[in-house]
Design a protein around this ligand. Structure first.
Ligand code: PXL
Length: 276
């Protein structure tokens, strides 16, 4: 039977993040992608003002009931931007709609650059820990990592020991693998650190001197697609980093495109890498 992945995150109608990235990217990886929208926003919340927000928590139990009647099941779950109230529903869906050995990939989307996103309160990270516990992989950035383990965010001032202690604290939350993103020990290089409870592995690529919105979702989506195709955690983590760079290169220099990355232009690269 072909693999089917369910991704649970918001629809930001405009803004190239969450579901509007996950669906095309994971589909391009050759994986059937089902969606459960957690909410619908007119745009994402980073840089637009006055956006609409419709919460879809109430639909979650109804959707689950229907899926159970139809015996709909999944080989993988990939969660992103969700609310506190949705976490128990998501845990139930992952419990009741899993095929044997189903993967749980949790991107604890909630924060960046030292701050929680608008609408997430101080209690949210402890709720997110419940989703991280029992995940096969969690993919926090450094800000999310510090919120998850209650450590102060250190910006760029950290060393290898800090990263390796952080990986161990994140692993202790109960996930089988940790992929920590946005790690850098040299100005010219940026990458990820992977930890499976035994060994720590790094992957670094050339740092692109820009910060662009939606790269976390591009990263997690390509990672999830590759993992679902049977790639190892490390290979999928490295592919995600390379794909983000391709997307950023395709976006560089276009001042009108401040709200996201032009990932569409880099899909041929992703498809080629997955065929190699
Ligand atoms: O990229 C993460 C994300 C997802 N969804 C919404 C967001 C953000 C980040 O700002 O605002 C609605």
């Amino acid at each position: 039977m072909d693999k089917r992945l369910l991704t649970i995150q918001d629809v930001s109608c405009v803004g190239q993040c969450s579901l509007t990235v996950a669906l095309p990217v994971i589909s391009a990886c050759g994986i059937e992608t089902a969606v459960l929208p957690s909410s619908v926003l007119s745009t994402h919340t980073a840089g637009f003002s006055g956006y609409t927000f419709r919460d879809l928590t109430g639909d979650m139990p109804l959707i689950l009931d229907h899926w159970k009647k139809e015996k709909i099941t999944f080989d993988a779950f990939y969660t992103g931007y969700v609310s506190k109230a949705q976490i128990p529903h998501i845990l139930k869906i992952m419990e009741e709609c899993a095929r044997p050995g189903a993967l749980r990939i949790v991107d604890p989307v909630m924060a960046d650059n030292g701050k929680l996103y608008p609408g997430f309160d101080e209690d949210f990270p402890d709720e997110m820990v419940k989703l991280c516990k029992g995940a096969d992989v969690i993919l926090p950035n450094l800000t999310e990592a510090s919120f998850l383990v209650h450590e102060p965010y250190r910006g760029d001032s950290y060393d290898q020991k800090y990263i390796e202690d952080m990986l161990k604290k994140l692993y202790a939350l109960g996930a089988k693998n940790v992929v920590l993103t946005g790690v850098s020990f040299e100005k010219s290089k940026l990458g990820v650190a992977c930890y499976d409870g035994k060994k720590i592995e790094y992957y670094f690529a050339k740092r692109i001197d820009a910060s662009m919105h939606g790269t976390g979702d591009v990263y997690a989506s390509s990672f999830a697609g590759a993992l679902c195709k049977g790639w190892s955690i490390y290979d999928a983590a490295a592919l995600g980093a390379d794909f983000v760079i391709e997307c950023m290169n395709a976006t560089m220099g276009d001042k009108d495109h401040w709200y996201g990355v032009k990932f569409e232009k880099a899909l041929p690269y992703l498809i080629k890498r997955l065929q190699a």
